[in-house]
Write a protein that binds this ligand. Structure first.
Ligand code: CO
Length: 134
């Protein structure tokens, strides 16, 4: 069902510091900061040869990652994103097998303008998992 690892998302307390780490110390290809007000985050993409790292920082008053940063003030890994070909079929199969999809269970348009869902971390070995249709 799942295909490539699309990205690993890391919540960071300071995007500029995080960008500098990946650009200047790790020598990676790092994007500019991109505000996504609909998602309550500012993102920076680190483009690696085989996947991406998504650096996330809260944007606005009710950012979905604000509490994560409160609980993890140094930042931390937030989720993994796996690619699927058909997100509706994936959601149907996974919910039939007992996995919980967050929110209303319906795919939403994610940060890359593609349909995404998030699976409950308790059903994913303690890891928040995003599925993105590609
Ligand atoms: Co993501």
């Amino acid at each position: 069902m799942i295909g490539n690892l699309n990205h690993i998302a890391i919540v960071v307390p300071d995007l500029s510091d995080a960008s500098n780490l990946y650009r200047d110390q790790f020598g990676a290809d790092v994007s500019d900061e991109i505000d996504l007000p609909d998602h309550g985050v500012t993102t920076v993409f680190v483009n690696l040869p085989n996947t991406k790292i998504e650096l996330l920082h809260p944007l606005g008053d009710d950012s979905p990652i604000a509490r994560f940063l409160e609980n993890n003030p140094d930042g931390g890994m937030h989720h993994l994103c796996y690619e699927v070909r058909n997100i509706d079929a994936a959601v149907e199969a996974l919910t039939l097998s007992g996995m919980r999809v967050l929110g209303d269970g319906k795919p939403k348009i994610g940060a890359h303008d593609k349909p995404v869902v998030f699976l409950h971390p308790k059903d994913g070995l303690g890891t928040l998992i995003e599925l993105e249709q590609v």
